[in-house]
Design a protein around this ligand. Structure first.
Ligand code: ADP
Length: 499
């Protein structure tokens, strides 16, 4: 019996002498005793204090012991309290009745003290065992219940996951399969997994044996169905249900992602090939054209020097056009060559200070900055991992454009950088003539210009080169602008993971 709880015994007897005697006897043994001089008080006392045991006289006025016992057994709260009858009645039928109303024992008066104590101890002990057993049963029921809930939750989760899942026994029979499995392969109940999944008559060579699963490591393998293009990945775990070894297996149909991956790989290869071809073409064309162009240039310049003013006025104009054409062609070819070299002649990326690069560029552009009265300002700029001369080229093209496409006022250019996720966003804002939004993509395409050469000189290659450089740095370039409202060019430089 629990130590914290003193054993509580209720004694009901209408003979004060008996009551005193029994009370004294049990109190001396350390029990807590509650005497009741009649049946009614015994019943109400029992209901209030819920004693561990009751000693109940039978013959009492008003409510006798049998009636008290019946009432106690009818009440859920008092039903399990052991009742020992103690009475002068000694007939067999009195005793039978005592047991039939729910008593656990019967002591005949006059009683021996030792006998009373022995019986009291026995029934308290039985009651204690009973309680322990009830507690154990309750706990087991609760744990069974929570196991059942867990199991239900587990299986209902398996129904929802977007993979086919099944439990397989060592003899390859399927013991459970989720909905996804049934939809894919039909009803597998009690059938063999290699038969259901792969339509075979013997286990698949890729299927690990149960010995392998005992390592408790996840086994992943990939296979292709015999008659179609379905690839699946299996993932298996050892599951121990009811002591019998079962393997929980799951798989997903990766056909689509494989096909997409394959397609993507092919496309990337095509793209890389056509990029290489384009680069090669641009390189060959620009390189090979340079030589005859140099010849044309030098001879028309020779013509100009030797015959200017010596032929008629038309001839002077024609020679001037030819010289101009040759100069322009030289510029175009040089830019095309530069464009083709972004990929082929790029330097390895290295850590560098964007601010230093910008300062070098401003020094290169000092003449046109001075002549145009431009003011170039910047915020603090970060360290980046990039190709120094290519980054300089991007800054240089964007700043010289901002100077070239200025408005009425002297150019005002401001450079900023902002970190967003794993990249730096550089922005160059000018207050120039701006660009209509419908041209904001076109201007990055080679040779695309929005103005005639008379309005603004140029080849239309500057932004195309910037785009190619930025893309080599895994970045993007774009413009935000409106006609007459200035432009802001943004480009990003990826921040490598190790920084
Ligand atoms: P180019 O400067 O040789 O014309 P780009 O490729 O550098 O070639 O630019 C393409 C076109 O984009 C320019 O012709 C111009 O119309 C427009 N553009 C570029 N930068 C600016 C700018 N800062 N402001 C307004 N328009 C611009």
């Amino acid at each position: 019996m629990n130590n914290a709880h003193r054993v509580n015994i209720l004694i009901a007897d209408d003979t004060p002498e008996n009551l005193r005697l029994l009370s004294g006897l049990l109190t001396d043994q350390g029990y807590e005793v509650r005497p009741a001089p009649n049946g009614r008080l015994a019943l109400s006392g029992a209901r209030t204090i819920l004693p561990d045991l009751i000693l109940l006289d039978i013959r009492m006025p008003d409510l006798d012991g049998y009636e008290v016992c019946k009432a106690l057994k009818a009440d859920e709260r008092t039903r399990d309290i052991p009742v020992i009858f103690i009475s002068v009645l000694n007939e067999a039928e009195d005793k039978v009745k005592a047991f039939s109303v729910g008593g656990v024992d019967f002591i005949t008066k006059p009683f021996q003290e030792e006998e009373v104590l022995a019986r009291v101890r026995t029934h308290l002990r039985i009651r204690e065992l009973q309680r322990d057993m009830e507690q154990e049963i309750k706990e087991r029921r609760e744990s069974e219940e929570s196991l059942r809930t867990e199991r239900e939750r587990f299986f209902s989760t398996l129904e929802k996951i977007p993979a086919f899942v099944y439990l397989q026994a060592p003899d390859h029979t399927i013991r459970y399969a989720n909905m996804k499995f049934r939809n894919l392969f039909g009803d597998p109940e009690g059938r063999l997994c290699y038969e259901v999944i792969r339509g075979r008559d013997k286990p698949c060579e890729v299927c690990p044996t149960f010995e392998v699963f005992k390592t408790e490591e996840t086994q992943i393998w990939e296979w292709k169905r015999d008659n179609d293009e379905t690839y699946m990945i299996h993932d298996s775990h050892l599951a121990d249900t009811d002591g019998s070894p079962l393997v929980l297996k799951m798989g997903v149909d990766i056909t689509v992602s494989r096909q997409t991956g394959e397609m993507l790989r092919e496309r990337t290869e095509d793209l890389e090939r056509s990029n290489r071809d384009l680069e090669q073409f641009a390189h060959v064309v620009s390189h090979d054209l340079q030589e005859p162009l140099r010849m044309v240039s030098s001879y028309v310049q020779l013509l100009e020097r030797r015959y200017k003013g010596k032929l008629d006025a038309d001839a002077d104009d024609f020679i001037a056009f030819a010289v101009d054409g040759a100069v322009r062609m030289h510029a175009l070819i040089t830019d095309l060559l530069a464009f083709s070299r972004v990929g082929t002649r790029g330097k390895p990326f290295e850590p560098l200070e964007a601010e230093h690069i910008l300062e070098q560029v401003l020094a290169n552009l000092s003449v046109s900055i001075r002549e145009s009265g431009a003011e170039v300002t910047h915020d603090a700029l970060p360290s980046v991992i990039a190709d120094a001369s290519q980054l300089a080229r991007v800054f240089q093209n964007l700043i010289s454009n901002a100077i070239k496409f200025r408005g009425e006022e002297p150019p005002r250019i401001h450079v900023t950088a902002e970190k967003k996720g794993r990249e730096w966003i550089f922005s160059l804002r000018d207050k120039g003539i701006g660009i209509a939004p419908k041209y904001s993509d076109r201007i990055f395409v080679i040779f695309q210009r929005l103005h005639t050469r008379d309005e603004y000189p140029g080849t239309g290659m500057g932004l195309a080169i910037c785009k190619r450089i930025v893309e080599r740095h895994r970045g993007r370039i774009w413009v935000e602008s409106r006609e007459g409202a200035g432009s802001t060019f943004h480009f990003t430089i990826a921040i490598p993971e190790r920084i």
